[in-house]
Design a protein around this ligand. Structure first.
Ligand code: AMP
Length: 282
């Protein structure tokens, strides 16, 4: 496994490998790797000749009052996990390497961002789309792996890949969870003991909603109300949003049908947690 910090070096290395006929699987992350990231890496390892992991805490996707400075980082540990997962290259650039000088061009996302985290975190998906555009050009992957935990991110990247004609297959990977159902996240370390116990209720509330829908409840407002009631009764966190849309278009629905997403965000003292489920309804 090799660690590369310079974009041009990474680009040339990949170009040579691709010329030799190798397929490239790419897993972009912000590091502090956990089982969720590991699943993306395992899938990439299985399906490609080469696996590239990027570790970059991208400043442009953080808002002014968000946790960019304090975002957890542990490169030594990440290296070990990457090595075990069979990664060939870690691309690990400094902020100045990705964003030198005043930028001439930034990517602005037009669609699928007026709801969910996009509404709550203005500019977040512009930052994601901008850094991924850079990373896609540097890594030139055949396949790129993203977790369904960040389902809106997948919807946005789907648009980015199509609109900008990237010759990349987007591979969505199901959310990896703790035993009690909490979605694995680098930010779970921020949770206090009691909050950690409560955090399983996010997934519990989604399961409750799923059962209600399977039992015939077809009103999005009723389902959202049930989730809110459950979360308010069982956690000390503040509900940031509970929203239900078509997926991946993220359009509002009068009645639940087709492919849908039920997504929520809850703010605890030091951590804002998100979770979602998707369902295919007839
Ligand atoms: P992050 O480092 O949080 O930016 O995440 C990097 C990638 O890992 C993104 O595609 C995430 O959606 C994915 N990911 C994060 N947590 C999980 C999880 N619990 N299960 C599956 N994928 C995840």
């Amino acid at each position: 496994m090799k660690i590369i910090t310079v974009a041009r070096d990474m680009q040339r290395t990949i170009r040579a490998e691709k010329r030799a006929g190798k397929s490239v699987g790419f897993v972009p992350t912000m590091g502090y790797l956990h089982e969720g990231h590991r699943r993306l890496l395992t899938n990439a390892r299985r399906e490609n000749d080469l696996v590239v992991l990027s570790i970059f805490v991208n400043p442009t996707q953080f808002g002014p009052n968000e946790d960019f400075e304090t975002y957890p980082r542990d490169m030594n540990r990440d290296e070990k996990i990457a090595e075990e997962a069979g990664v060939d290259f870690i691309f690990f650039p400094a902020v100045q390497e990705m964003y030198h000088d005043e930028p001439s061009v930034n990517v602005t996302v037009q669609n699928r961002t007026a709801v969910l985290c996009g509404r709550k975190r203005p500019g977040h998906f512009d930052g994601v789309a901008t850094v991924l555009t850079k990373l896609f050009h540097i890594i030139q992957p055949d396949k790129a792996y993203f977790g369904m935990k960040d389902a809106q991110q997948i919807a946005v990247i789907d648009g980015l890949i199509k609109d900008f004609h990237f010759d990349i297959e987007l591979v969505p990977v199901p959310t990896v969870r703790e035993e009690d159902g909490l979605a694995k996240s680098s930010r779970n370390v921020y949770l206090h003991q009691e909050e950690r116990r409560e955090a399983k209720e996010l997934y519990q509330s989604l399961q409750l909603a799923k059962r209600a829908i399977e039992d015939g409840v077809a009103s999005p407002a009723r389902i959202a109300g049930m989730i809110r009631e459950h979360l308010e009764a069982s956690t000390s966190g503040e509900v940031d949003y509970i929203e239900i849309y078509s997926y991946p278009d993220l359009e509002p629905l009068e009645k639940l049908k087709g492919k849908i997403i039920i997504a929520l965000a809850v703010k605890f003292k030091q951590a804002r947690l998100i979770d979602n489920i998707t369902m295919a309804l007839s």
